[in-house]
Write a protein that binds this ligand. Structure first.
Ligand code: G1P
Ligand code: ZN
Length: 543
């Protein structure tokens, strides 16, 4: 074992408490940079010596080099066994499952999620604890603090370990176990869904496409959809993981997966389409001419959960991130189960899942999951929808419209404004926070603001408080505007404006959300003061 001195300070320009480290690839390529960060985790994450850890990534550029560094540092820190996905691959939900299944002390997920890959793209490392969930804020703060003073890391001298074939290698006393990244996850899915019904659906003339966006879900979809459920190979699009994701942006949203939207709006669309992101935790569901809004998808899954094998015990409670549409609140009311509103980020759901208070949750950013893992899960959501279609014998569009007729619709969309100067973005948000209490009673064309606040979350499980999680503005017709700054960008600031309007008149139920929310959008921009402060007029994306 060698002790090396540290020359980099990896976390210093990141917000304390941020889950994981996400930077440009070339930052990660600095000698000792990743090793230094890993050592801070080894020194603070619990007892790893003599334990098992899980490791894998989304296949992006630098994945394999980073894994070799992790192998050297893990062996240097006395880890007994490191379980690695073949070719360095593991989707985020599959890694979460493996941590739990193997009773591992934790796992390293090498991914920058939906951020672009390649030499000029981004790279990232997340650490998940023995629960399978992301490191809690107390731990990420401790890791942050450690990066300020750490002056050495431990590693062994090792030739690169072959990760192309399954099997075990002795790496200076640590066993590196290379496993098939897909099998355990696929076996878990078999226990949650009715594969016979889905197979019968596929065999009966139903048509579908799944876009893996050249990221990690390709091999998962091939095994589950094609091998186990009998889907023809051409249903799988972009199924080979590539280091630069084929030059695309592996995020399943109507802009970055525009090819699927075009397909579904085309002359002969398949019955169903879906996509997942870089590390396999996000999902987008489409029917002919329709992208299912993630908030609607979450509400629909909740309303239909009792039909699905994985929810045999019923829905214990649900949760959504604060900016996510309140469609699921309507369902929770009807089911008579609690509905929690948490800050953005999956980790806030994990306490509720571990405590048994909820078993279904989701975010507006195309993330949904249940208590089968402690991460959001893209393919799980796709299988849920396919299972539902198979059971109900209805199309995607019929299921959505049926839901709106029963519960009403929360028409939702998001506008993202990129502000190159991060400091200016911070000032804009501070202004909004300061002005929120005074907004009450303001009128806009007959719409009145009934309440406005800065969202703070009191975790009911551990009692912790997360303050300043976004500004909420409520209107007298049930509409809502939410403002927050993105926490996942690697430069500048991105202001996210979330618009939501409650619609119940049958004639308006199917109108496009952007059209329904146009008046709210104008109000939101005016209240934000973005034009006056930054000169920026237009969002970079409307989702
Ligand atoms: C975004 C999403 C958020 C999600 C996160 C990680 O974070 O908005 O819902 O949990 O990515 O996938 P943001 O950039 O908004 O901070
Ligand atoms: Zn992701």
């Amino acid at each position: 074992m060698k002790t090396r001195s540290v020359i980099t300070r990896p976390y210093l320009d990141q917000k304390p408490g941020t889950a994981g480290l996400r930077k440009q690839v070339r930052v990660f390529q600095q000698p000792g940079y990743l090793e230094n960060f890993l050592q801070c985790i080894f020194d603070n994450g619990g007892k790893f010596a003599g334990e098992t850890l899980i490791a894998g990534g989304d296949g992006r550029y630098h994945n394999l080099e980073a894994l070799q560094a992790l192998i050297r540092v893990a062996a240097g820190n006395g880890v007994r066994r490191l379980v690695v996905g073949r070719n360095g691959l593991l989707s985020t939900p599959a890694a979460s499952h493996l941590i739990r299944q193997r009773a591992a002390a934790g796992g390293f997920l090498l991914t920058a999620s939906h951020n672009p890959g390649g030499p000029d793209g981004d790279f990232g490392v997340k650490f998940n604890t023995a629960t399978g969930g992301q490191a809690p804020e107390s731990l990420t703060r401790a890791i942050y603090k450690a990066t300020q003073s750490i002056d050495r890391y431990l590693e062994v001298d090792l030739a690169p370990v072959d990760l192309d074939l399954t099997g075990e290698t002795d790496a200076a006393g640590m066993i590196v176990e290379v496993i098939d990244p897909v099998l355990d996850y696929a076996d878990l899915m078999v226990t949650l869904f009715d594969f016979d019904r889905i197979r019968a659906l596929f065999a009966g003339g139903f048509t579908a496409r799944f876009d893996a966006m050249h990221a990690v879900t390709g091999p998962y979809a091939r095994e589950i959809l094609c091998h186990r459920l009998g889907a023809p190979p051409d249903w799988l699009l972009n199924g080979t993981p590539l280091p630069d994701f084929g030059g695309g942006h592996p995020d399943p949203n109507p802009v970055d997966a525009g090819n699927l939207v075009a397909l579904m709006n085309g002359a002969v669309p398949p019955d169903f389409a879906a996509a997942s992101d870089g590390d396999g935790d996000r999902n987008m569901i489409l029917g002919p001419g329709l992208v299912v809004s993630p908030g609607d998808s979450l509400a629909i899954l909740a309303a239909n959960a009792q039909r699905i094998r994985g929810f045999r015990g019923g829905v214990s409670g649900v949760a959504r991130s604060m900016p996510t549409s309140r469609a699921i609140d309507e369902v929770a009311r009807k089911l008579g189960v609690p509905c929690f509103e948490t800050p953005t980020g999956w980790r806030y759901f994990c306490n509720l899942l571990d405590d048994g208070r909820i078993n279904l949750c989701g975010e507006e950013s195309f993330g949904t999951s249940s208590d089968h893992v402690r991460e959001k899960d893209g393919l799980w959501a796709v299988l849920f929808w396919l299972n539902l279609i198979a059971i109900r014998g209805l199309s995607v569009n019929e299921i959505v419209q049926d839901h709106w007729r029963e519960f009403g619709r929360n028409a939702f969309n998001r506008e993202d404004f990129f502000i190159p100067d991060a400091e200016l973005g911070g000032r804009l948000m501070a202004n909004l926070e300061a002005s929120a209490p005074g907004l009450c009673g303001r009128m806009f064309d007959g719409l009145e603001i009934t309440e406005a606040d800065v969202f703070a979350y009191h975790d009911p499980v551990d009692g912790s408080i997360s303050a300043q999680q976004g500004v909420r503005v409520f209107f007298d017709d049930g509409s809502r505007i939410v403002y927050r700054l993105s926490g996942t960008g690697t430069s500048g600031a991105t202001l996210r404006i979330y618009l939501e309007r409650r619609v119940t008149e049958p004639g308006s139920l199917c109108r496009p959300a952007v059209e329904l929310n146009a008046p709210l959008s104008a109000i939101a921009r005016e209240l934000s003061g973005i034009r006056e402060l930054t000169g920026i007029e237009q969002p970079v994306a409307i989702v």
